[in-house]
Design a protein around this ligand. Structure first.
Ligand code: PLP
Length: 384
């Protein structure tokens, strides 16, 4: 039996971009030492106090079906943070499900969504899973990987419904400037487009300040903000995120939720509510850790031959431009894994605009990170 063209087409090519990660995991399983600097999962796990809130909720009997769009208390807490109303929030299974819901909300089958690359590795799949068509537009290293409204406008087709952006950006670390966001907002209003804004790294800003385009004049009605507690609160495994948008769109996403998750576990929602009620305490702790590691990584790498560091303005990664070695990101990452036991993501996994780059996740202990990056720098120097 044949499965649908929709699910056959989700990945697109034969490679989903995670090959190095899978290989590194297999090496670890076979007992080989590997320093894992690939995916954006924290080394320090969900705060024990959040875990306690989760188990307390279970012990209190919150084990049945939960309100499908999210509990009133959690939607209220999220709304208060964003200066919105609870009806403008739907709780989802992490930021990824929020991305999918946002695409489903705005794309009719076959319609296009502008996707800026380098991008988070699931973006193309997410558009295709919603039966949409990604139109890839590059952001350029020479332009600090900022979005360029004129370049995006030139790529629009009559069936383009939305632009997907991500600030602070994974993998580039770019924090979009108010001017670039204002230009995007103007474009969306003039061409009647949705703006889907992935802000899962909003609490991790090292230079500049985070600005949600939803807060720009005239944008609240055409902006769907994707958020989650995965990065900000160390809750990747809890799968707790949300979409923030106009009430009418959020109501329709409630219909979609009936057909998909039928709600997020109530005890997970209670844990997330508890975490949000702590104010900035928990996220400040995680933010400080990545601020420290960013500094440490820049110091450990230095400015050796064979690579150039792209200092991140936000998020929990560092990009390296290794084009001076003459190797592709993929070839470099494979050789680094084989010879040094260090796993990093090839830039190519994040779209063509990141070719010849590497993405290093700052997700191991400080001393392990510094030692591995010193070896990475030495390896790069040996290639030129
Ligand atoms: N958006 C970006 C830019 C990400 O980097 C990630 C995860 O790495 C996600 C969304 C998905 O996050 P979540 O774990 O909340 O699904």
């Amino acid at each position: 039996m044949q499965v649908s063209a929709r699910v056959r087409g989700v990945v697109g090519g034969a490679d989903d971009g995670w090959g190095i990660y899978y290989r590194a995991r297999a090496m670890q399983a076979a007992g080989q030492p590997v320093v894992m600097l690939t995916i954006g999962d924290h080394d320090i796990k969900m705060d024990p106090a959040i875990q306690a809130a989760l188990t307390a909720s279970m012990a209190a009997g919150n084990l049945g079906y939960a309100p499908i769009s999210g509990s009133a208390a959690l939607r209220g807490a999220i709304a208060r943070r964003a200066g919105a109303t609870p009806d403008q929030v739907i709780v989802t299974a992490g930021g990824q499900a929020a991305l999918y819901a946002a695409m489903m909300a705005v794309l009719d089958p076959g319609c296009a969504c502008i996707v800026l690359h380098p991008y988070y590795a699931t973006y193309e799949q997410t558009v295709r899973a919603a039966s949409g068509r990604p139109i890839l537009v590059a952001t350029r290293a020479e332009d600090g990987f900022q979005p360029d409204a004129a370049v995006i406008e030139a790529a629009l087709t009559p069936d383009t419904r939305a632009i997907l952006i991500n600030t602070p950006n994974n993998p580039t670390g770019a924090v979009y400037t108010p001017e670039r966001l204002a230009a995007l907002a103007e474009l969306c209003q003039r061409r009647d487009l949705w703006l889907i804004s992935d802000e899962v790294y909003a609490t991790q800003v090292w230079q500049g300040a985070h600005l949600s385009p939803r807060d720009l004049p005239g944008m609240a009605d055409r902006c769907l903000v994707v958020q989650s507690l995965s990065k900000s609160h160390g809750m990747t495994g809890a799968r707790l995120g949300w979409v923030l948008g106009p009430e009418a769109a959020i109501a329709r996403l409630g219909d979609l939720a009936i057909a998909t998750n039928y709600g997020i576990p109530g005890f997970v929602q209670d844990a997330g509510l508890w975490a949000l009620e702590q104010g900035a305490a928990i996220e400040a702790d995680i933010t400080a850790r990545y601020a420290r590691r960013r500094r440490l990584a820049l110091d450990a790498l230095g400015n050796g031959p064979g690579f150039r560091v792209v200092p991140p303005q936000g998020a929990m990664y560092v990009m390296l431009d290794i084009r001076a070695t003459g190797l592709s990101g993929k070839a470099f990452a494979e050789a680094l894994l084989a010879r040094e036991g260090i796993a990093v993501m090839p830039g190519e996994s994040f779209g063509a605009a990141a070719a010849g780059h590497l993405r290093v996740a700052l997700t191991v202990a400080d001393d392990v990170l510094a030692e591995a990056l010193g070896r990475l720098a030495g390896f790069a120097a040996a290639q030129v």
